[in-house]
Design a protein around this ligand. Structure first.
Ligand code: GLU
Length: 445
């Protein structure tokens, strides 16, 4: 059917976001009685920390519209948080609060007139947002050999082609979808190029607190005048569904903050009041929250590393994760096998995997990679995080998280990964798989 003639050209053909679509599909399949391994949506497995929930409870009756830029107390808490964590010199006036950082990114693209530079693989929604608004996008493919990260030379080359063009460069680290992150030296080099060409860096640090060693470094340290730091409660605070995001602007970009606030005032008016009051507690931090983060990181680090090892043993090329809860394996070594099974693109591979095994993942194509690359993203989140945290609380804080612990508390993730691997080497394909991977079949099922 041709699209209705009154549909805005920019949204014709636009489907649901890949992350939202895979989640809804998985839920429908579960409803229909299917046993699923939900490795599609990247939703924190952990509960919201108890003191933050307590604060929400205490503020449930707050019903007033709050200021469009956000509650002053919250904006101060966010500025303090960035001062503590990253040494950023910012005040409440540099912070904008919104209903999720995703919405703030959309407002940014609407208000800032410039090209969006997206190093790939990249989170699924940056490019579609630009398309909806009608902005030009430059995808910069990043090399697996460079940890899927943007190299300063690549940024330099892109900027040099048209040095005066206004640009927003998106950096997301720890990365969704790869789990990798930048070193301080790499950030310093990127900052140098960004400064030379005056580009605005949108530093998406939503997974910053989930750096496994708690050593996240922001590019704002090296390029404070041009870095806009994006964060929120969704990942480190387990509160994706609460929808609270924050943008912290460089001092001389107040005009941009004001423009975004104006558009916000004409669209969503303000962010939910009870959630903002609760968020103050989250950003102020304290011992209980530190302990929660320490244990969450321990679990995610052990799980990420164990699943990465399993995938490597099955022939995948996969980065050792440094943070967040994703893996981005490349099954290029299986390409001939896939083709023999009538599979010619990574999206097709993921579709067949879902249909035949109930394992839901997203393909590399959703993250801006070519279809014939055989990459996919696994979200390692399908387990009861509250139970897992409670079990860890009873153990010494520096004890390594064992495989027995993971088998007991993160089993659906391990089983989903095993199911995926077994399917790759499924009957009928096993001998080809052995040729591709060079491993005995008993070792991989
Ligand atoms: N960021 C999460 C993901 O990549 C889910 C939320 C979203 O995409 O809006 O899976």
């Amino acid at each position: 059917m041709s699209p209705p003639e009154h549909l805005n050209l920019n949204v014709r053909g636009l489907g649901l976001s890949a992350t939202v679509a895979i989640n809804e599909r998985s839920l429908d399949l579960i409803q229909a009685g299917r046993t699923m391994a939900r490795m599609g949506l990247g939703q924190s497995p952990f509960p919201v920390p108890a003191p933050v929930v307590e604060e929400l409870r205490a503020n449930a009756s707050r019903k007033e519209y709050l200021p469009v830029r956000g509650l002053l107390e919250l904006r101060s808490a966010v500025a303090d948080y960035h001062r503590r964590r990253a040494g950023m010199v910012s005040s409440a006036d540099d912070v904008l609060v919104g209903p999720g950082s995703k919405e703030l990114m959309f407002l940014l693209q609407l208000c800032y007139y410039g090209e969006l530079v997206i190093p790939t693989p990249a989170w699924v929604s940056y490019a579609p947002q630009a398309q909806v608004i009608g902005r030009r996008v430059s995808l910069v493919p990043c090399a697996k050999s460079n940890g899927w990260k943007l190299a300063d030379d690549d940024l330099e080359r892109l900027c040099r082609r048209d040095p005066k063009r206004p640009r927003i460069v998106v950096l997301n680290y720890p990365s969704n979808p790869t789990g990798g992150t930048y070193t301080a030296e790499e950030l310093a080099r990127l900052a140098e190029v960004a400064r030379r060409y005056g580009v605005l860096v949108l530093s998406d640090e939503i997974y910053g607190e989930l750096h496994f060693r708690g050593e996240h470094v922001s590019i704002a340290r090296f390029y404070p005048e041009g870095t806009l730091v994006s964060g929120g409660l969704s990942k480190w605070c387990g509160a994706g569904g609460w929808r609270l995001g924050t943008f912290t602007f460089p001092r001389d970009k107040r005009w941009l903050l004001e423009a975004m606030a104006a558009v916000a005032s004409e669209t969503y008016t303000s962010t939910s009041a009870p959630i903002q009051y609760a968020a103050v507690r989250a950003f102020r931090g304290g011992m209980q929250i530190e302990r929660y983060l320490w244990n969450a990181r321990r679990i995610l680090a052990a799980l990420g590393s164990t699943c990465a090892d399993m995938l490597r043993a099955a022939g995948a090329d996969v980065l050792e994760p440094a943070g967040a809860f994703y893996l981005f394996p490349d099954f290029g070594s299986h390409a001939a096998l896939f083709r023999r099974r009538g599979i010619h693109r990574s999206s097709q591979l993921c579709e067949r995997l879902l249909e035949e095994t109930g394992v839901a993942v997203l393909s590399g194509e959703d993250f801006g990679r070519p279809g014939d690359e055989w990459t996919m993203r696994l979200a390692l989140v399908d387990f009861d995080g509250a139970r897992a945290l409670a079990a860890l609380e009873t153990r010494p804080a520096d004890e390594p998280v064992s495989i027995n612990y993971l088998e007991a508390h993160c089993l659906p993730v391990l089983e989903g990964t095993r199911r995926l691997i077994a399917w790759l080497h499924a009957p009928g394909a096993t001998s080809a798989a052995q040729q591709e991977v060079g491993e005995p079949s008993e070792g991989v099922a």
